[in-house]
Design a protein around this ligand. Sequence first.
Ligand code: G1P
Length: 301
Amino acid sequence: MTRKVTKAVFPVAGLGTRFLPATKSIPKEILTLVDRPLIQYAIDEARAAGITEFIFVTSRGKAALEDYFDDAPELEASLKAKKKTAILEELEKTNMPSGAIAYVRQRKALGLGHAVWCARRMIGDEPFAVILTDDVIAADKPCLAQMIEAYEENPGNYVAAMEVPSSKISAYGVLDCEPVTPNTVKVKGMVEKPPAEEAPSNLAVIGRYILTPEILKHIDDAIASKTTGAGGEYQLTDSIAQEIDAGNPVYGFRFKGQRYDCGTKAGFLQATVAFGLARDDLRDEFAEYLADAIGMQSAAE
Ligand code: G1P
């Protein structure tokens, strides 16, 4: 029987240099889309997929992330006294049961594969999910839940995948693959951040993974033999590719939904606009403002 996926790893040790100076004193995962930090979107998606154990791979300067998921007794008492029940309910949703979140440190920024490997003892011998908080995906059914459904039907390693323009492909893990079902491809090879002319396709890996524990052994081997990949880092992509070489299945999953690359400023702004327009309490005023702002810009050109 396929083991249920109940653990998710959140690699949140990155420095967030693209968002300096903001990230000088706050973790990038706390940057907010409207009024919720990126990490909240990631956690909500994991919960909706049935994840019950959350493993954060952190680094120096990420204490704000740990506080975020704690009770805030003074704040809660003051909201209660002022009868601000709606906000109180929103706030309570951010509390996590004791013991549900574990934190482990990545001491050096040695790559995504290394970050996941740092969580190996907590993952143990179970399949697990990985969520990259930079990739925010708006979808009717959350992306990870879609993937877990596919995994339960047909077990193996899964990476979320979508087509990206050639001009951007070198920023991604890229799949060499063949179609299996309308939304699943069988991966024959994968390469991390290839130059556009060497990319095997336009199908890029997006930051959602379901992985079998064998992946950890491949990362183990890479670290033991100091075999690094693109950028001199231990790449998760390379260890997943080794699973293919070992004859185990790796699938690319074309999820349904709109993905925003919140690791870039342009993507973050796009997500802000989309999430702002999706909110009943903001839509009308914000849409009117945007129409005016665009009108003014076209007039000035
Ligand atoms: C990471 C992965 C890459 C993947 C990307 C998705 O890269 O290494 O394979 O395509 O996330 O966002 P990063 O964006 O951390 O450089």
